[in-house]
Design a protein around this ligand. Structure first.
Ligand code: SF4
Length: 325
């Protein structure tokens, strides 16, 4: 099987420190009102992680709702995220955090315990601040662009992406992709760009149809032209449920299916398609589904000694290959 016929995914489990979030994006199917979502404890997390040690999991995605930067609870929220990453790392997993915009100091601190980090750019157009992001101060495009820039300055391998079909135009897609390409040219730090089709869920108030999956291959093909070749395009297979269109997306240039675990916390109405089912779709079309780590090999030398050791254990022993047999 040639490398050009490889599609990757990350065997992952999502840990949610809290669902509370001070933003109110109208398409959200994740958030709970601040104060109404008890925070995860380290003890409970350790129990979950102990169970996962015998399963096919490498990446621990720490995905959190946001506590306001000015809140008196921000520091303890941030400390919990740090401690969860530290725990996961000490148990042999590779943490990747996505917890909304962070201060430069917070980002630098989390870098100690994350092999990569992520934040969706969503869309650069400020128009959405009048609509779906009207009550979401964290979704100010310049704030998010700055996060990508800081990640570059800090040399944090980074995942970002676009949410498609939330009221933007196709011109906005190309502008957003151009901005990502530009930042990558400056810092070389974007490992993946996710193209996520809006897929309505039971909780959201945004009343709009799903992004037409038949349009996705076209967007991927254009994104492939805009983005530098070393950035991988990722699509979430549970949101492209028609297998022929999933294959069309791959033909168009998508080469990664993201973290596959028991539950898609962001789109809880769309269960993940599991490994065997994905293989059954991909293999007859000549594609090999291969697990990957949450950090791409070209970034290994950006990592601290502690992180490098954890990554090397997975790479050198081919633990990942072993674990999915
Ligand atoms: S989409 Fe993210 S930032 Fe927006 S309300 Fe939901 S959890 Fe908060």
């Amino acid at each position: 099987m040639s490398l050009s016929h490889v599609v990757t995914y990350s065997p992952a489990y999502t840990v949610v420190p809290t669902y509370e979030c001070f933003n109110r994006c109208t398409y959200c199917n994740f958030r709970i009102e601040p104060g109404k979502s008890p925070w995860l404890t380290l003890q409970d997390t350790e129990k979950i992680l102990t169970r996962l040690q015998s399963q096919e999991v490498c990446e621990i995605l720490i995905l959190s709702g946001e506590v306001h930067p000015q809140s008196s609870r921000r520091e303890s929220w941030f400390q919990l995220i740090y401690d969860l990453c530290d725990l996961a790392l000490s148990m042999g997993f590779l943490p990747h955090t996505n917890a909304g915009p962070l201060s430069f100091a917070e980002m630098a601190k989390l870098q100690e315990v994350n092999v990569s980090m992520g934040l969706m750019l969503e869309q650069l157009t400020p128009q959405l601040l009048q609509t779906v992001h009207k009550h979401a101060p964290s979704k100010v495009p310049q704030l998010r662009l700055q996060q990508l820039e800081w990640a570059g300055k800090l040399q944090i391998p980074f995942t970002t992406g676009l949410l498609l079909g939330i009221g933007e135009s196709s011109t906005h897609w190309w502008e957003t992709l151009d901005a990502i390409a530009q930042l990558h040219e400056n810092y070389n730090h974007i490992q993946e760009v996710i193209l996520q089709p809006h897929s309505p869920g039971a909780q959201q108030t945004f009343d709009a149809p799903p992004f037409n999956p038949h349009q996705l291959p076209e967007v991927i093909a254009k994104a492939r032209q805009i983005l530098p070749v070393d950035i991988t395009i990722q699509i979430p297979p549970n949101l492209v449920t028609d297998s022929s269109w999933l294959l069309a997306c791959i033909e168009a240039g998508a080469r990664d299916l993201g973290g596959i675990g028991p539950k898609d916390e962001v789109n809880p109405d769309y269960p993940h398609i599991q490994h065997q089912q994905l293989t059954d779709i991909l293999e007859p079309a000549g594609w090999e589904l291969v697990p990957r780590l949450p950090v791409y090999p070209q970034y290994d030398n950006w990592l601290s000694e502690r992180l490098k050791e954890a990554v090397n254990r997975w790479r050198s022993a081919s633990l990942l290959e072993e674990s999915i047999k």
